[in-house]
Design a protein around this ligand. Structure first.
Ligand SMILES: *Cc1c(COP(=O)(O)O)cnc(C)c1O
Length: 360
């Protein structure tokens, strides 16, 4: 590896965050959500790190589950979108995966599919998010069909929250009430809580919690809480200062000359760009950290480089490390500056940025 652009992954921090999720919901089982390559952190190393502690893992699709099975991960694996066609059923049975059943077509396919050893399935209700799940009024009927299905051994009752990150929004309580009302009389463990609900809505915890983002040390909540503050950043995204120059007042920097230097400006060029997944729409002022000091992006993000202001940092020299987000710079701050979420920043990084694992 020659290019000095790398994402350091602190596996001890993952373990810390996992245990924090457990402490937030004492007695609950935990499905560690590692879809989308573990939110960009590498699904297999994460699964290996948590294999002895996680009651299950969750991924988005069969391909992601098979990757884990191929790496010898034996924990139950929940497929959060179930299956997209009946052609997946033999593999789901073979790898003993746990599909979410969220529509009538899946239900019918499960009934007719030849599955030798029965599966645990998660039955999803649409309690108000209106994305996946059975309408509340149809839920008990779907449950009853499933419970008579030969392919099914065990049913977990689930739903998903639309607004749990908004601490003043009553919609989470409303969704919980809808779910509870339409589960009356159905037996089975309950799973509702994503990271936001784990951190902030204890009434929703049920028997299985589903932490995703919080495992990676970023809080989804719209304000800081004691729990969210205890999270540890897992990824440190680093690049290097590869050029330094002084630019005269009035001159523009980078494509389109978007940033005009208001005074004599010391400009650092840094080895990361939008082809790595750093957001091209990052505006002037997006924070970065160099040698422990905060500074900011000036000028448009290029394919392979960005430019930052070093005017007030004369001690910075060629070859110094720049942190784009991580332990010194909360990714949520970068996301806010870019008008997006840490979820997107983490998952849009690509293979051009090598992942380097530390302290397992
Ligand atoms: C992704 C996902 C989660 C995890 O959500 P976070 O906000 O990352 O904690 C939980 N449940 C379902 C159904 C999901 O799709």
């Amino acid at each position: 590896m020659f290019r000095p652009t790398v994402a350091h992954i602190d596996l001890a921090a993952v373990r810390h965050n996992f245990r924090l999720a457990q402490q937030c919901a004492p007695g609950c089982k935990v499905v560690a959500v590692i879809k989308a390559n573990g939110y960009g952190h590498g699904a297999v190393p994460l699964a290996q790190t948590l294999a002895t502690e996680a009651d299950a893992f969750a991924v988005a699709c069969l391909e992601e589950a098979i990757e884990l099975r191929m790496a010898d991960i034996r924990n139950p694996i929940v497929l959060l979108e179930g299956f997209f066609s009946a052609a997946e059923l033999p593999a789901i049975a073979h790898y003993q995966l746990t599909p979410v059943i969220h529509n009538a077509q899946q239900l019918a396919q499960l009934q007719t599919g030849a599955i030798q050893s029965p599966l645990t399935v998660w039955l999803k209700m649409d309690s108000g998010m209106h994305r996946l799940g059975f309408p509340p009024a149809d839920y008990a009927a779907a449950y009853s069909t499933l419970s008579r299905c030969n392919a099914v051994q065990h049913i977990v009752l689930m739903s998903h929250f639309a607004c749990a990150d908004e601490l003043d929004n009553p919609f989470t309580t409303q969704q919980l009430a809808t779910f509870t009302a339409h589960c009356r009389g159905l037996s089975g463990a309950i799973s509702l809580a994503n990271s936001a609900a784990i951190l902030a809505w204890p009434a929703t915890h049920g028997q299985w919690i589903r932490p995703g983002l919080m495992l990676y040390g970023s809080s989804p909540l719209d304000r800081v809480t004691a729990n969210s503050q205890a999270l540890q950043a897992v990824m440190q995204l680093q690049a290097q200062v590869i050029s330094i120059r002084e630019v005269a007042p009035g001159e523009g920097i980078g494509y389109g000359g978007r940033y005009r230097c208001p005074r004599l400006t010391r400009v650092g060029v840094v080895s990361i760009g939008y082809a790595d997944g750093y957001p091209r729409h990052a505006p002037d002022g997006t924070p970065v950290v160099v040698k422990g000091q905060r500074t900011q992006l000036i000028g448009r993000v290029s394919m392979d480089m960005i430019t930052i202001d070093l005017t007030h940092l004369p001690q910075v020299v060629l070859g110094d490390t720049v942190e784009l987000w991580g332990k010194q710079l909360n990714i949520n701050e970068v996301a806010a500056a870019c008008g997006t979420l840490s979820y997107e920043l983490l998952t849009r990084l690509n293979q051009r940025v090598p992942l380097q694992y530390e302290s397992c």
